[in-house]
Structure formats: C-alpha cells, structure tokens
Design a protein around this ligand. Structure first.
Ligand SMILES: [Zn+2]
Length: 263
C-alpha cells in the first residue's frame, strides 16, 4: 500500500504541468463537437422500462409543488408542457440550469422492472466551456449525502475490454428528529471523452490537459451515472450495477472503436 501514497500527488503535479502547458498553447486548440456517447436513453432495456424526467423552470412549480417541478414523461399528456403551469419543460432542473453553463446537455431516466428494481440513470454532456462536469463527490455531499466508501468495478462487455465504473457507497439520514432512519444507496459513474473512458475524475482532468497540449483537441466529455438503493452490509448491488451497465452500454455507443487508455 505504501508505494501508492504519492500516487495522487504525482497525478496532481502532472496536472499542474499540463495545465500550464495548456494555458500556453490554448490558442491552437480545436474544440471538438463530437461527443463520445449518444445523448439518449432507451425506452426499454431488456426487462427494465425507462421513464424520462422533465423539469419545470417556473418558481411557482419547483418551489411550491410537492413534485418540486419534476415530472415523469409517461405521466404527462404533452411531453414538454408543464401540467401545472403550462410552461415548457426541460431535461435539467432549474438549479442545474442556473449553476452550469447553459450549453450543458442532460438526459435522465428512472428504470423499473417487475422484480421491484429501480435504477436512476443520468448523462451529462459538457458544452463549449468544458466546465459543466464537476467532481460527483462534491455534488452528492452538497445534496446532504455522506460517502462511506468507494470502489471500482469492471463490467465485462462483448467484443472489447471491460468498462471500469466507480461505485460510491452513499447514505443519508431521513425522517424526523425522533424517528430517523438511514437510507443507504449507491452512485456509480464513469466519464467518456471522444475516444477516452475513465472512472476517475483526476484521470479525466489529466486527459483533458493532455489532449489539449499533445493533440490540440478539447473534447466534449460526458458523465454517465447509475444510482439506486443498496442494503447495508450486502454487496449484491455491485452485480446489479454490472448487469445494468452491460445492458445500457451498447445503447450509448457512437461510431468509435478506438477508445484509448483507462488509467
Ligand atoms: Zn410548471
């Protein structure tokens, strides 16, 4: 274990060097509009049925309605019109729209199956500013979750090497002060550039700098997250994530068969 102590710092130093180089050379960087994934989620995924989310940006809806201005598309008569106020619905919440560059693209869907399974999927695609994707840990803690552990799983895929996925073990206290209960969940994610793929935020930052300097390209990075509930002390959810990602992955592919290293 000891030899790994300096590993994060080495990455950081490499990042700093690359960032300095990137700043010196950004003039010639070509912004690539090509994303590494399709920004669409399938209606059905084997035995899973998807229900996409839409959001109302009218404060009258997201501040006061019990739904928080959030609607499932299968419950809507008109897919892009708010049933409460009649305004347009969007694929990201007002809070996300307000906080992120406005060309950031989202798609979110909740999948359920007949066994009572429920998995929530989201894809975020960065825009021209390339600053739309933050460290997921920061956002989760900001939402009141505690991260009790993390690990990387390898999901086997037909015809290529496995995709590596970061799994965060999350928990949150719910209920009233007298009757609190712990809600345990997982949050799994990986990042995809035009021809890069990694479960690590630091590695993504590294490739962002590397490709700017040595390939003169700034990719649009996508961030794919799969989340659901887990039972404390039971790691069966890893198998659920692997099974779901294996089914989802082929639907996200764009024409690209030369994915580069996954550190
Ligand atoms: Zn509304």
């Amino acid at each position: 274990m000891e030899k790994n102590i300096f590993k994060p710092y080495l990455t950081l130093v490499a990042l700093l060097i690359l960032t300095s180089l990137a700043l010196a050379f950004t003039v010639d960087v070509e912004l690539s509009d090509q994303a590494g994934v399709v920004l669409e989620l399938p209606d059905k995924l084997d035995d899973w049925v998807g229900n996409e989310l839409r959001f109302c940006h009218n404060p009258g809806c997201y501040e006061t309605n019990s739904t928080g201005g959030q609607y499932y598309i299968r419950n809507l008569e008109l897919p892009d019109i708010c049933p409460d106020c009649g305004e347009d619905l969007y694929k990201m919440s007002w809070a996300e729209y307000d906080a992120l560059p406005h060309d950031t693209l989202f798609v979110k869907s909740a999948y359920t199956n007949e066994n009572g399974g429920r998995v929530f999927v989201s894809i975020v695609l960065s825009g021209a500013e390339r600053s739309s994707i933050h460290r997921p840990q920061r956002c989760l803690v900001g939402q009141g979750q505690t991260i009790s552990g993390d690990h990387v799983i390898e999901v086997p895929l037909a015809g290529r090497k496995p995709v590596r996925v970061m799994v965060l073990e999350t928990e949150q206290l719910a209920g009233t002060a007298e009757k609190r209960h712990k809600y345990t969940s997982y949050y799994a994610y990986w990042f995809v550039g035009q021809d890069r793929e990694t479960p690590s935020h630091l590695a993504r930052m590294f490739w962002l700098g590397w490709d700017r300097v040595f390939r003169s390209v700034a990719h649009k990075w996508a961030y794919i997250a799969v989340s659901g509930i887990r039972e404390e002390g039971n790691d069966e959810y890893d198998a659920e994530i692997a099974d779901f990602v294996e089914k989802l992955y082929p639907h996200l592919l764009v024409e690209n068969d030369n994915l580069r290293g996954t550190p």
